[in-house]
Design a protein around this ligand. Sequence first.
Ligand SMILES: Nc1ncnc2c1ncn2[C@@H]1O[C@H](COP(=O)(O)OP(=O)(O)O)[C@@H](O)[C@H]1O
Ligand SMILES: [Mg+2]
Length: 236
Amino acid sequence: MLEIKKLEVGYGAISALHGISLSVPAGSIVTLIGSNGAGKTTTLKTVSGLLKPKSGEIFYDGKNISGLPPHEIVARGLSHVPEGRMIFANLTVLENLSMGAYLVCDKKIIQRELQFVFATFPRLKEREKQIAGTLSGGEQQMLAIGRALMSQPKFLMLDEPSLGLAPLLVKTIFEKIVEINRERGLTILLVEQNANRALEISHFGYVLETGKITLSGNSASLRQNSQVKSAYLGGS
Ligand SMILES: Nc1ncnc2c1ncn2[C@@H]1O[C@H](COP(=O)(O)OP(=O)(O)O)[C@@H](O)[C@H]1O
Ligand SMILES: [Mg+2]
């Protein structure tokens, strides 16, 4: 479904991605793990059209989407939940969700998507009139995912959804990701520093180190890999 080929991205003269290649098959959860500064966010921003690649290609459903503007990429069914959530703190939960559907004109479809988001995250329904900035971290993450779902994506990119959350909420968020994948058939590219959990719920994984893919494979085998264990799984 998504195929990244020899992608090179930089900030000015500084190169952040040195020709990475990866693929995300339709219906799967693929995780990209790596420590701080490895280039995970840069990868997602480039797929979303927020950064322009220096070279390389990004194919989505067989079509080259590299260099397209972000709104055209959203319109093709790719949606990005950014690092740090980036919700509109002064708007209500409902207003934030409506913003996610800005490309959808049909009110019936918007209502249907909203009901789906509320079914997935009942907490958001309870708090639909609450100002988003006053939500807890976990609720804000649910809102950020819910907002992304409002654009009716087929492909969802999540940038460190567990960052800064208490362990119990991390568990909930990861369960929801699995639910969205299984019940909605959404293909998911999950970026995480929490390698253990990410490899637990994903089908395939890639390890990114300073802009290069150093390891890849099915997630179960990566969890057994001694390099992955010592670098990302706390030696456990
Ligand atoms: N706006 C920017 N300007 C210059 N360098 C940046 C910018 N954003 C990220 N970088 C650099 O690019 C590299 C990859 O960053 P990033 O993709 O954010 O990593 P990760 O998400 O894996 O923590 C880092 O060396 C970082 O310092
Ligand atoms: Mg990042």
